[in-house]
Design a binder for this molecule. Sequence first.
Ligand code: HEC
Length: 101
Amino acid sequence: MSRLLTYISLTGSLFFIALSAQADINNGKELHDSNCTSCHISIQGGDGTGIYTRENKRIETYPALIKQVKRCRDSLGMQWPENHINDVVKYLNSNFYKFKE
Ligand code: HEC
């Protein structure tokens, strides 16, 4: 019985973790799409995400991705809390870069 309870609570928390990771990525996509595409479209065209997969892309590691997101955020002159940065980095990584975190 107690095994069953452990199993249920473990599955529940895994489910919760999966859900909250998803929420981060969705929030990151929203933040990204409303703030980050205008310059990138003028560089690479398309919907502004081609810059993340272009042949000569600059970002080769997860820490470099975080740094670049901060740099571009600064060029927008926006004050983003750390969790906005994390959400956007997660979105970019899960959809384009696919680095190991
Ligand atoms: C003011 C214009 C501008 C805005 C706004 C902007 N970027 Fe950028 N971004 C650039 C430029 C220019 C480059 C390319 C730098 C290069 O090629 O050397 C770039 C490159 C990048 C790259 C690296 C692409 C690669 O080569 O792998 C990432 C990641 C990135 N931007 C993320 C963001 C995010 C996230 C936002 C929104 C917070 C954002 N950018 C908003 C101008 C901008």
